[in-house]
Write a protein that binds this ligand. Structure first.
Ligand code: SME
Length: 162
C-alpha cells in the first residue's frame, strides 16, 4: 500500500481520538453512559464496526459481564473465563483478532451476520479487568491500526476507572 492510501486508512482513527477523549472527560455522566457513547461513536464512524461493546470482570467471579454496547442487543451478557473469543482474552491477556469466525471452534455466535471479531484486553494498573469487543459483518476487516487504536481507547478508558 502506498503512503497516501495508508494515511487515508488511518485518518478516521486519528479524527476520532479527540472525540473519544471528550466523551470520557464528561464527568457529569456516569462511566457506563460515557462508555455507551464511545461504543456509539466507534460504531457510527467506522463502517466495518457493526457491534461494539465493553465487557468487565464480574466482581470476584471468573466471568465477564457486558457493561456498555452499541448495536443489536446480545444474549451473551455473561461470558465465563475461557469461553468464546472474549473468555479466552480474559485469560490470555492478549489481543485476539479473528479474520473469520467460522474458523474458530471456541467461539460464541451473537448473530449470523458476524464474519469477523476483534477483542482487545483493558488493563488497569497492569491487571486485565475487561475488554473492548468489536463484531464485523465484513470478512477479515481488521489490521494492526485497529489494534493500536483500540489499545489507545482502552488506555483512555482505564484513566477514568482509576
Ligand atoms: N463472539 C463473542 C461473544 C460476544 S458477542 O460477539 C457480542 C465470543 O466468542 O466471545
Amino acid at each position: 500500500m502506498n503512503t497516501f492510501v495508508t494515511n487515508l486508512a488511518i485518518m478516521p482513527f486519528e479524527r476520532l481520538k479527540p472525540e473519544v477523549k471528550a466523551i470520557l472527560e464528561e464527568k457529569n455522566l456516569s462511566v457506563e453512559h460515557r462508555l455507551e457513547q464511545v461504543c456509539e461513536v466507534l460504531r457510527e464512524n467506522i463502517p466495518y464496526y457493526d457491534w461494539v461493546g465493553f465487557y468487565f470482570k464480574n466482581g470476584d467471579k471468573e466471568e465477564l459481564k457486558l457493561s456498555a454496547f452499541a448495536g443489536e442487543p446480545t444474549d451473551h451478557t455473561i461470558i465465563p473465563f475461557g469461553k468464546g473469543i472474549c473468555g479466552q482474552v480474559a485469560v490470555s491477556n492478549k489481543n485476539f483478532v479473528v479474520p473469520d469466525v467460522k474458523a474458530q471452534n471456541n467461539y460464541i455466535a451473537c448473530s449470523i451476520h458476524v464474519k469477523a471479531e476483534i477483542v482487545i484486553p483493558l488493563f488497569l494498573n497492569g491487571e486485565n479487568i475487561g475488554q473492548i469487543d468489536i463484531d464485523s459483518h465484513t470478512p477479515d476487516p481488521f489490521n494492526i491500526e485497529d489494534e493500536h487504536f483500540l489499545q489507545w481507547v482502552n488506555e483512555e478508558v482505564a484513566k477514568i476507572l482509576s
